[in-house]
Each structure stands twice: as C-alpha cells, then as structure tokens.
Design a protein around this ligand. Structure first.
Ligand code: CU
Length: 136
C-alpha cells in the first residue's frame, strides 16, 4: 500500500515537472551567415516550440527552418504582425521548411500553433507559442 502512495507521488512530480519544462523559456539569438541572412532552426511538437524566444536584428533578412517532431498530431506555425514585416503561416512536417521574412520594426511579436481539436484547449493554450524579439 505504501508503495502505491510513493508511485503516485512520483507520477504527480513528473507531471508537474514535465509541464514546467514545456513552459521554460529557451532563448536563441539568430546566427548571421556570410550572405547576411539570420538563420534559426525551430522544432514544434506537443506542445512546445524549441526555441520559443528568438532574437533577430531589425531590417535584416531572416530564414526560419521549421520542422515538427515525429508523431501524428498536426502542428503549424503562425505569426500575424504585418506591421513589423512578420507574417507567415506554415504547416509543420518532419521535413524542414524554410520561412523567409524581414523584420522592419523593433519590438516583441508572438508566434504560435493555430491547431485545436474540437472542444479541447488550443495548442497555443497548451504551450505552443513563442516570441520573436526584434532588436536594433
Ligand atoms: Cu500544434
């Protein structure tokens, strides 16, 4: 009986710790290649983006290489900040896709997964969101 209690505690701790990990910010500063393009790789999965905080320079082209962890649940990546030149929507697959844009305004702009199944919480609510921080 005592063992079952311990097991339940372990399960509860893993669930709490697991979801805390999902929400943990992980910041990446884009690397600029020899052509002056800022490159960032992003992986989406249930229910996270890694990294979920991307730092890019203003008025410099960005190429995001986006892909999805393996699994059946569909994910996408969406940004809707046309005022800053950051507007895209792409379905994620395990084959990486490249999204190109050029941020035109300093600030912090959200990106997220727009998927939602029936009455369940949206993927965004479950943690599939992040920010693009545009710096001078
Ligand atoms: Cu999703």
């Amino acid at each position: 009986m005592k063992n079952i209690k311990y097991l339940l505690v372990i399960v509860a701790v893993s669930i709490t710790f697991g979801s805390a990990l999902g929400a943990e910010p992980n910041k990446t500063v884009a690397t600029i290649d020899k052509d002056g393009v800022q490159n960032v790789d992003i992986i989406g999965g249930s229910y996270f983006f890694k990294p979920n905080h991307i730092v890019v320079k203003v008025n410099t082209p960005v190429e995001l290489k986006v892909s999805k962890e393996s699994g059946l649940i569909p994910h996408d990546i969406v940004a809707k900040s046309p005022e800053a030149g950051i507007e895209f929507k792409a379905e994620l697959s395990t084959d990486p896709k490249t999204i190109k844009f050029k941020p035109t305004k300093v600030g912090t702009y959200p990106f997220y997964c727009s998927k939602k199944l029936l009455f369940f919480k949206s993927h965004r609510e479950k943690g599939m969101e992040g920010v693009i921080e545009v710096v001078p």
